[in-house]
Write a protein that binds this ligand. Structure first.
Ligand SMILES: [Fe+2]
Ligand SMILES: [Fe+2]
Length: 496
């Protein structure tokens, strides 16, 4: 029962939360989603379900639910929805009437006002949400605070919290296994994208707690990157995301954190920088979606609307409760990330403006990710190598040279996704930067000298059999190839 109903519950809860954020609870869309959820709950044995989410794991009553990979983005979305109120799960009586659900939803989609990132205020939020529900008469849908989830699992299951759970609940760390590290970094990345989506959606609904949400999303990215997990940069080279705006914000945060680390910024400073990077385009919420996605030439008014996003972002962030030094840095970065090192860019200024460090870093990271990403107005994204070439070449005056150099050190001379040919005749795909030598990334061998298929893969081996980690010191790059030069599914090779 549980293994089938688990994914259904995730989908229907996500659908219901999303609808309730967009429409009034009386709206037909919300009511349809609610009816589907109530019908699903009617199939639960025992009349009650306790749903817990911990990292990449889901528990229903006492069972750990086996989820397929395709379900993971939905689980992450649910996890980030619950995290809005510092929750890790829900206890639901299957006969909870529609009226109770409606009252629950009204409270759930309200973004909490409290600010602060310490554990005490996190706990306080979960408690106050539970209290609000109780006084509103909701008794059959009970929130479970995130901090109680680990204990609840330990209490109700034989396994308790395994080391793997703890790892997946936190950040990816190095375990010496390249493949596993990559999988973890992928999870951290996907989690951050789901979190960014929730953050943008709740802000669009008038939420005022985005600084705290942003800090929570950024922390695992900081730990992953400062733990020297290079595979996280591979995620930025994957451009398969539909929700490119959210993936863009996460990519800019990843690159900014990497650059900040290279520049020797303190850990606290890097956390603030990551938060500012994640929020740099929050002002785009004020730009009509049709304008952001327009592929034709923009009218002067549309261009003006786009150019207002730094100011709108700064305005939105300055309205947040409980401003700290970190949040002031986010405001300045939102305002100035489109100003350039040579004094150009927007918003226009009557006098030269000195960009703060965070804005200078975000400007470089933003440009690199924008050039390599799908945009409505561009037929084909540039490769990381092409973007880097342009940024350190023709457009170098726009950027702070120290930051530009830190970008090269972060993504390498041949960023993930670059196709290379060595002097000895190997054809390679760059997969991860090598922090010890920017010229020799970790690569997968696509062809051996003479055009032969690499031995490992021909014999049915996996990608690790034909991976150079890193490229050997004796090899030198002779040429950078373009996608048309060789048949290879670059996205597939980067995503494993
Ligand atoms: Fe921007
Ligand atoms: Fe941007």
């Amino acid at each position: 029962m549980s293994n089938k109903i688990g994914p259904e519950l995730i989908l229907h809860l996500n659908g219901l939360f999303r609808a309730a954020r967009l429409y009034d609870v009386a709206n037909r869309v919300v009511q349809t989603n609610l009816r589907i959820l109530i019908e699903t709950l009617a199939h639960v044995d025992g009349g009650e379900v306790t749903l817990l989410v911990l990292g990449e794991n889901m528990y229903l009553n006492d069972d750990r639910i086996k989820l397929e990979r395709k379900h993971m983005p939905h689980l992450r979305k649910l996890s980030s929805e619950l995290a809005t109120h510092e929750l890790g799960g829900l206890r639901i009586m299957s006969d909870a009437p529609a009226e109770e659900w409606e009252t629950f939803l009204v409270q759930f989609v309200k973004t909490p006002e409290a600010e602060g990132a310490d554990e005490e205020s996190s706990e306080a939020e979960a408690v106050s949400f539970a209290h609000l529900l109780r006084i509103a008469g909701v008794e059959r849908i009970v929130p479970i605070p995130a901090r109680d989830v680990g204990a609840a699992i330990a209490l109700h299951t034989d396994e308790g919290i395994s080391a793997q759970d703890e790892d997946s609940a936190g950040a990816g760390s190095r375990d010496g296994s390249e493949g596993r590290g990559g999988a973890r970094a992928g999870d951290v990345f996907e989690h951050a994208v789901a979190g960014a989506q929730t953050l943008f959606e709740s802000t669009a609904q008038g939420g005022t707690r985005l600084l705290r949400q942003a800090r929570r999303i950024v922390q695992p990215l900081v730990e992953t990157i400062m733990g020297s997990e290079q595979s996280i940069y591979r995620m930025g080279a994957l451009k398969e995301h539909d929700e490119y705006t959210y993936a863009h914000c996460v990519n800019v945060a990843i690159l900014s954190i990497g650059i900040g680390d290279r520049l020797g910024i303190s850990r606290k400073g890097i956390a603030n920088l990551g938060m500012a990077a994640l929020l740099h385009d929050i002002g785009k919420l004020s730009v009509p979606r049709e304008v952001l996605q327009k592929s034709d030439r923009l009218t002067p008014d549309e261009w003006k609307a786009i150019q207002r996003h730094p100011l709108e972002g700064a305005r939105l962030l300055s309205r947040q409760a409980g401003l700290t030094y970190g949040s002031v840095e986010s405001i300045r970065a939102a305002l100035l990330h489109h100003r350039t090192h040579d004094g150009a860019g927007y918003p226009s200024a009557p006098r030269p403006v000195r960009q703060p460090t965070a804005a200078r870093i975000i400007c470089v990271a933003d440009c690199f990710d924008a050039m390599t990403g799908h945009r409505a107005y561009r037929e084909k994204p540039l490769t990381g190598y092409e973007a880097l070439h342009q940024m350190i070449g023709a457009e170098a005056s726009r950027f702070d040279p120290a930051v530009l150099w830190a970008l090269v050190q972060t993504v390498g001379l041949y960023p993930p996704g670059t196709l290379l040919e060595t002097e000895s005749g190997y054809v390679l795909l760059s997969r991860e930067p090598n922090p010890n030598d920017i010229r020799r990334p970790t690569c997968v061998v696509l062809r051996e000298p003479g055009g032969r298929e690499p031995g490992g893969r021909e014999a049915g081996g996996n990608i690790a059999d034909t991976t150079w980690n890193p490229m050997p010191a004796g090899e030198r790059v002779r040429a950078v190839l373009t996608a048309g030069d060789i048949e290879a599914d670059v996205e597939a090779l980067l995503s494993v």
